[in-house]
Design a protein around this ligand. Sequence first.
Ligand code: AMP
Length: 138
Amino acid sequence: MAADIFCQIIAGTLDTEVVWRDETVVAFLDHRPVFKGHVLVCPARHVESLLDLPGELMQPLLATAQRVARAMGPALGADGSFVAMNNVVSQSVPHLHVHVVPRSKGDGLRGFFWPRTRYAAGEEADYAARLRVALDTP
Ligand code: AMP
């Protein structure tokens, strides 16, 4: 099976602007940024989505996302950042990647389109109960 494009970037066979690389994590510029300086932070080894991420990679992945987010102030003059990942649905590259997008007050991004709904009476408790069962919440 052909390697996904992020495996190719990580292997160095596809050109991109890498901003961080160590044994476990690689971060590079998204080529179609929401705002310039938008970075994708990936596990160096092929991991498809958050559900497949081994425990030992969680800390390095999030720590790198935090470092990148922190760098956006001094490097880009950003006031903050938006940090997110798509898992399966809306995930266009099947290699886990954390988006770190620089944000500035008044940058015009009104948030991603997240239409909100409301719970019917009693429904909120039912949803919470179903999740507690799946999570084995004591
Ligand atoms: P998602 O839709 O959350 O899976 O995000 C995938 C991201 O990968 C998109 O924001 C794309 O712009 C970005 N992308 C796709 N191909 C490349 C590439 N060759 N180099 C850099 N970024 C890429």
